[in-house]
Write a protein that binds this ligand. Structure first.
Ligand code: HEC
Ligand code: HEC
Ligand code: HEC
Ligand code: HEC
Ligand code: HEC
Ligand code: HEC
Length: 403
C-alpha cells in the first residue's frame, strides 16, 4: 500500500506556501498602496493619528463615516458641502472653511486602500502617534513604519506555522511508511524522527528553493517599503563635485555662515557662494591641493561649480530666509541641524508642509525690539493667556506659503 510520497508532499506544501506568500503580498500591497497615496496626497494636511494638522486627524475615519461618504468626500468635498450634508458642513465650519483639495481621479479602491492604511497604522501596538513628536520629523513617517512592521510580523508568523506543519506532516508520513514496512515505532521516538526529518529537509533541494523564494519575497517587500520613503528627502546627503567641508570652514575656522551664504539674512534665498568667494582665501591657502585646483579650473573655464542642491522645496511653496532668520530670530540649526559639524551637508528636516505648520503652531513670535508687533501683541494679550504664536499672525494661511 502506497501513501503519498514525501516529495509530492513537499511540492504541495511549497505551492501552498507560495500561494500564501502571494496572498499576503497582495494584502501588503493594499496598505502599501494606501501608504504611498496618503503620503503623497494627504499627509500635507492630515495625520493618521487623531492629531489635527490642517485637517482633522484621520484615526478611526472608517468607523466615523460610511465608506461611500468618504469616497464622495475625497472625490469632491465642495460638492458634499454644497449638497447640504450636515456632518460635512459642521466640519467645514469647524475648520474655518479651509477647502480640502478634491481628488476626482482616485478610484474607489484607491480611497479604500488609504482608509486601510490609516487603520493599519493605528492597529499596530505601541505605534507612536504620527505627529505626536512633531519637532523635525515628517508627518506620517512613524505610522508608516509601524504598519510595515506589523505585516512583517504577520508574514514571519505564518512562515513559522507552515514550517511546523511541514515537519509534523513529514514525520507522520515517515512513521506511516515505517509501519507499512513492519518496523516498530516504539524504539524510534517522535522527536528523534523530527530531527532526522529536519536533516533530510535541509538536504532536499526543493525545500531549499522554497526557502530561497520566500526569502526573496520578503526581501523584495522590504526594498519596496524603503522606496516608498523616497518622496521625503530627509537624510539626503549627496556627494559634491569638490570635497568642501562645513566642519572645517564653519566649525574649525569659524567662518560665519553669511560670509558665504550672502542672502540668508537679507533675502528670500540663502545663496550658495560663487567660486570668487572661495578665492578670497584660496588664492593663498592650499593652492596646490587637487580639490582647490578644481576651483581654479572652474574660474579659468568660466563655468560655475556644479554644486548638487540638497534642500529643495517644490515650486508651489514659498519660503523666505530673512523672514525666519532676521525677523523671526531663528538660528540655522533650528531647521538645518548642526551644519558646522558636517563634513558633507545632509538634509536634517523633512521640509514637508506638516513640518512648517507644526513649528508655526508652537513658536512664539519674536516681538522683542520690533515696533511693528507691539500693537499686535497688546491686542492679542487682551483675550489670550498664551503668547502670540506664528499661527496667530497668519502662519497657517494657505496663501502665505503658496503662490
Ligand atoms: C490641503 C489640505 C488637505 C489635503 C491635501 C487633504 N485634506 Fe482631507 N480635509 C482637509 C480639511 C481642512 C478637512 C476638514 C473639512 C474642511 O474644512 O473642508 C478635511 C477633511 C477630511 C475628511 C473628513 C474627516 C473627518 O474627520 O470626518 C476626510 C475623510 C479627508 N479629509 C480625507 C482626505 C484624504 C484621503 C486626502 C488625500 C487623498 C485628503 N483628505 C487630503 C484638508 C485636506
Ligand atoms: C566658506 C563658505 C561657506 C561657509 C562659511 C558656510 N557654507 Fe554652507 N555651503 C557652502 C557651499 C560651497 C555649499 C554647497 C556645497 C555643499 O553642499 O557642501 C554649502 C551648502 C550649504 C547648505 C545646503 C545647501 C543646499 O543645497 O540645500 C546649507 C543648509 C548650508 N550650507 C548651511 C550653512 C550654515 C548653517 C553655515 C554656518 C554654520 C554655513 N553653511 C557656512 C559654503 C559655505
Ligand atoms: C575665509 C577663508 C576661506 C574661504 C572663503 C574658503 N575657504 Fe576653503 N579653506 C580655508 C582654510 C583656512 C582651509 C584649511 C587649510 C589647511 O588645512 O591648511 C580650507 C580648506 C579647504 C579645502 C581642503 C583642501 C585640502 O586639500 O585640504 C577645500 C576643498 C576647500 N577649502 C574648499 C573651499 C571652497 C570650495 C570654498 C568656496 C565655496 C572655500 N574653500 C572657501 C579657508 C577658506
Ligand atoms: C525656518 C527654517 C530655516 C532656517 C531657520 C534656515 N533655513 Fe536654510 N533653508 C530652509 C528651507 C526650507 C530651505 C529650502 C528652500 C527652497 O528650496 O526654496 C533652505 C535652503 C537653504 C540653502 C540652500 C540655498 C537656498 O537659498 O535655497 C542654504 C545655503 C541655507 N538654507 C542656509 C541657511 C543658513 C546659513 C541659515 C542660518 C543663517 C538658514 N539656512 C536658516 C529652511 C531654513
Ligand atoms: C523652526 C520653526 C519654523 C519652521 C520650521 C518654519 N517656520 Fe515659517 N515662521 C517661523 C516664525 C518664528 C515666523 C514668524 C516670523 C515673523 O515674526 O514674522 C515664521 C513666519 C513665516 C511666514 C510669514 C507668516 C506671516 O503671517 O507673516 C511664512 C510665509 C513662513 N513662515 C513660511 C514657512 C514655510 C513655507 C516653512 C516650511 C518650508 C516654514 N515657514 C517653516 C518659524 C518657522
Ligand atoms: C507654513 C507654510 C504652509 C501653509 C500655511 C500651507 N502650506 Fe501647503 N505646503 C507647504 C509646503 C512647504 C509644501 C510642500 C511639501 C512637500 O513637498 O512635501 C506644501 C504642499 C501643499 C500641497 C501639495 C501636496 C503635496 O504633498 O504635494 C497642497 C495641495 C497644499 N500644500 C495646500 C495647502 C492648503 C490648501 C493650505 C491652507 C489650508 C496650505 N497648503 C497651507 C507649506 C504650507
Amino acid at each position: 500500500m502506497m501513501f503519498c510520497k514525501k516529495s509530492t508532499l513537499v511540492k504541495t506544501f511549497l505551492s501552498f506556501a507560495i500561494l500564501l506568500a502571494s496572498v499576503s503580498a497582495t494584502f501588503a500591497q493594499d496598505a502599501a498602496e494606501g501608504e504611498t497615496l496618503f503620503k503623497n496626497n494627504c499627509a500635507a494636511c492630515h495625520n493618521t493619528s487623531d492629531e489635527v494638522l490642517v485637517g482633522p486627524g484621520l484615526k478611526g475615519i472608517g468607523e466615523r463615516r460610511p465608506i461611500e461618504w468618504i469616497v464622495k468626500w475625497v472625490h469632491n468635498p465642495q460638492a458634499v458641502i454644497a449638497s447640504g450634508d450636515k456632518y460635512a458642513n459642521d466640519l467645514y465650519n469647524k475648520f474655518n472653511k479651509a477647502a480640502m483639495t478634491p481628488y476626482p481621479n482616485f478610484t474607489d479602491a484607491q480611497i479604500k486602500s488609504i482608509v486601510a492604511y490609516v487603520d493599519a497604522s493605528n492597529a499596530a501596538p505601541a505605534a507612536p502617534a504620527a505627529g505626536a513628536a512633531p519637532a523635525a520629523d515628517g508627518a506620517a513617517a512613524p505610522a508608516a513604519q509601524s504598519s510595515g512592521g506589523m505585516l512583517e510580523v504577520l508574514l514571519v508568523g505564518l512562515l513559522i506555522i507552515m514550517v511546523l506543519v511541514l515537519i509534523a506532516l513529514l514525520s507522520i508520513v515517515s512513521t506511516l511508511g515505517k509501519i507499512t514496512k513492519g518496523e516498530a515505532s516504539e524504539d524510534n521516538p517522535f522527536m528523534q524522527r523530527v530531527g532526522e526529518n529536519l536533516k533530510a529537509m535541509a538536504a532536499n533541494s526543493s525545500v531549499k528553493t522554497g526557502i530561497l523564494v520566500l526569502a526573496l519575497l520578503l526581501g523584495g517587500k522590504a526594498t519596496i517599503d524603503a522606496a516608498y520613503g523616497v518622496g521625503i528627502h530627509q537624510g539626503y546627503a549627496p556627494e559634491q563635485p569638490i570635497k568642501f567641508s562645513h566642519k572645517l570652514h564653519a566649525g574649525q575656522n569659524q567662518i560665519n555662515c553669511n560670509y558665504c551664504h550672502t542672502g540668508v539674512y537679507e533675502g528670500k534665498g540663502a545663496n550658495v557662494p560663487s567660486a570668487n568667494i572661495c578665492m578670497n582665501c584660496h588664492n593663498a591657502i592650499k593652492r596646490e591641493s587637487p580639490e582647490i585646483q578644481k576651483i581654479y579650473r572652474a574660474l579659468e573655464n568660466n563655468e560655475p561649480i556644479q554644486w548638487v542642491r540638497v534642500h529643495n522645496l517644490p515650486d508651489l511653496a514659498y519660503f523666505n530666509h530673512s523672514q525666519h532668520t532676521n525677523v523671526g530670530g531663528l538660528e540655522c540649526k533650528n531647521c538645518h541641524g548642526e551644519i558646522e559639524k558636517m563634513e558633507v551637508v545632509e538634509q536634517r528636516s523633512s521640509l514637508t508642509m506638516g513640518w512648517c505648520i507644526d513649528c508655526h503652531r508652537e513658536t512664539d513670535v519674536n516681538a522683542k525690539g520690533n515696533a511693528y508687533y507691539d500693537k499686535l501683541v497688546e491686542v492679542h494679550n487682551k483675550d489670550s493667556k498664551t503668547p502670540l504664536k506664528v499661527q496667530n499672525i497668519g502662519g497657517l494661511e494657505c496663501s502665505k506659503c503658496h503662490y
